[in-house]
Design a protein around this ligand. Structure first.
Ligand code: ATP
Length: 592
């Protein structure tokens, strides 16, 4: 239960609403309980009148007596209706304070979790799958919300109505109180157990539902493969199996649910019977008036819901504690990469690597081994190498997505780790190797880098990325929606859209990670020429497998198994007659 203590700071934040809610709850309970006494007076009055009226029959007083009787009964009726109305109004206020408080906390909690998620390192996302991240921010927060809203509200209600109702009942007749309340704890305990079964069954349904949605989601995102391999029938069969299991679990839940109400009604009925029976005996002995029986039945009915909610609330709190534990697990992870300073920093563009090594924390792979190089502001650095040689790792380190395990990275001669992280990342733009586009318009995808970009900026960026002609041929131009992950675009178009996004903000350092692999050589040359203009006086890092992409660079480094094996300009490297030169020859021959 200590996990829920984390939520106290939120409850304190909305303490005023909660206090108001408690006050409204007390008032609404008073209006709920008071009519029972009015019913007792009214009923006793009816019984007395029935007795007296026979005596007065035939006398002059009879008519006025009956008239007065009806007026008083009407008055009692009016009072009861008025009180019910007041109870309703205050219940409305209770929900408006306590339930609204729970929704506000839910909102804050979701934002806090999301903000925290974004601070966590990439290694965290490798370890935890998306489904788990989503479940904690949606389902788990919803369960915690049930504790903050309904559970707190019904617990307070239970305490208030127990204190008020039971003290009145005891003050009237102790023996009748004991008999009337005797079945209620049984009700509470059985509801607790039934509810636990319901929760377990609901969880199984939830699991099956997520299996079903994952299946459907995969089937539709892989629809091209599915159709191409003519697997529709098998796919339907698999879906049918999953859906059958879902139906079975739902029916299991329905069985338990159908036990719930009969059980509840049986125990409440038992309370009423006992009240009438024991109350009847007490009336016979003259200990109470008949009106008290009616009053007690009303109290028992009033106590039914708080007693029911006791079992229900207990299981909500247990589930909320389990959910909060899962949320706390993520919240307690400290981001490894933090900003040590808030001092603004303007990047000019010089990059220095001094004996930099990186072992990826989650895989233990040594991706870079004592790599050193330097590139001056305004120059272009190209990185070439075999697959898995560590090229993207260099890009990740420059953007400080990881910190080196050994060595030092300097930007404009300052240790990267000491600089304002926000300023560093906002001035270094990267077109990553694994292209990612949001299911939004091309315009919004490109403007993602710069919220205040004008139409002109966006068009210029797409022209420089060699994408403008393609866009003009699309029916909706820049407003074309690219589908999930850019499914409606070709591989080369997606790459060029990410280049446009990267150059839009005219960054101080631009990194293109294998961003020209899906374009033909002519387009590649066109883009590279444009970039020379766009990135004039700024630093570019171009990562590629192709010599054609890197030959114009001021410095080329060739990586192999995490180490630099050659470095220099295109001409210098050709003279060495090493790896670069043989790659150049191979690629020139295959182009001819
Ligand atoms: N996020 C990561 N976590 C763990 N290991 C990684 C991660 N990224 C890369 N690696 C590993 O580090 C090594 C270098 O990978 P890197 O992506 O830098 O190579 P690359 O030269 O860019 O390759 P490619 O040309 O295929 O893109 C590889 O062995 C890879 O498996």
């Amino acid at each position: 239960m200590k996990e829920l203590a984390y939520l106290n700071k939120y409850i304190i934040r909305y303490g005023f609403r909660l206090t108001l809610g408690i006050i409204f709850m007390i008032i609404s309970n008073i209006f709920a309980i008071a009519p029972a006494q009015v019913v007792r007076y009214a009923l006793d009055l009816v019984v007395d009148t029935l007795k007296t009226q026979t005596l007065l029959k035939g006398s002059e007083l009879y008519d006025s007596y009956i008239n007065e009787f009806f007026q008083v009964v009407l008055l009692y009726g009016g009072v009861i209706v008025g009180m019910a109305l007041m109870r309703g109004i205050f219940l409305f206020f209770v929900r408006q304070t306590i339930i609204v408080m729970s929704r506000l906390i839910e909102y804050d909690l979701k934002n806090d979790i999301f903000e925290h998620y974004q601070k966590l390192p990439l290694s965290f996302y490798r370890k935890n799958n998306t489904g788990d991240l989503m479940a904690r921010i949606s389902e788990d927060v919803s369960k915690v919300r049930m504790y903050l809203g309904p559970a707190i509200m019904y617990s307070i209600n239970m305490v208030i109505s127990f204190i008020l109702t039971i003290s009145i009942m005891v003050s009237i007749n102790v023996e009748l109180t004991i008999w009337a309340l005797f079945p209620l704890p049984l009700l509470s305990i059985s509801i607790y157990f039934v509810n636990n079964i319901i929760n377990k069954k609901s969880e199984l349904i939830q699991q099956q539902l997520s299996t079903m949605s994952t299946f459907v989601q995969e089937a539709f995102s892989g629809i091209r493969v599915l159709k191409a391999f003519v697997r529709e029938k098998e796919s339907l069969h698999q879906f049918d199996e999953t859906a059958k299991e879902y139906k079975y679990r739902q029916l299991e839940l329905a069985k338990v649910n159908s036990m719930f109400y009969p059980l509840m009604l049986f125990l409440i009925g038992l309370s009423t019977i006992l009240t009438v029976y024991v109350g009847g005996l007490e009336v016979e002995q003259g200990a109470i008036t008949p009106g008290v029986i009616a009053e007690f039945i009303m109290y028992v009915t009033l106590l039914t819901w708080p007693v029911t909610s006791l079992g229900w609330v207990t299981s909500i709190v247990q589930r909320a504690a389990a959910s909060q534990k899962r949320i706390n697990e993520f919240l307690s992870i400290e981001p490894e990469i933090t900003s040590p300073s808030n001092k603004p920093f303007d990047i000019k563009g010089k990059i220095t690597f001094k004996d930099v090594s990186l072992v990826y924390p989650d895989s233990g792979i040594k991706a870079l081994d004592k790599v050193s190089f330097e590139i001056e502001t305004g120059k272009t650095l190209a990185i070439l190498g075999t697959t898995g040689s560590g090229k993207s790792t260099v890009a990740n380190l420059i953007s400080r997505l990881y910190d080196p395990t050994e060595g030092q990275i300097l930007i404009d001669d300052h240790d990267l780790k000491t600089l304002n992280l926000h300023d560093v990342r906002s001035q270094i733009n990267m077109a990553p190797q694994d292209v990612f586009l949001f299911s939004n318009t091309l315009r919004n995808n490109i403007a993602f880098a710069k919220a205040d970009a004008t139409e002109e900026d966006i068009i210029r960026a797409t022209k420089n990325a060699g994408l403008w002609e393609n866009i003009q041929n699309m029916d909706n131009g820049l407003d074309t929606v690219v589908g999930e992950r850019g499914i409606t675009l070709s591989g080369g178009q997606k790459q060029r859209a990410t280049i446009a996004r990267a150059i839009l903000g005219t960054p101080s350092i631009l990194i293109l990670d294998d961003s020209l692999s899906a374009v033909d050589t002519n387009t590649e040359n066109e883009i590279l020429n444009n970039l020379q203009e766009v990135m004039k006086d700024r630093t570019s890092v171009i990562i590629s497998h192709r010599v054609s992409s890197v030959k114009l660079a001021n410095k080329i480094i060739v990586l192999h198994e995490g180490q630099i094996i050659e470095q220099g300009t295109h001409d210098e490297l050709l003279k060495i007659e090493g790896h670069y030169q043989s790659l150049y020859q191979q690629q020139s021959e295959s182009n001819n």
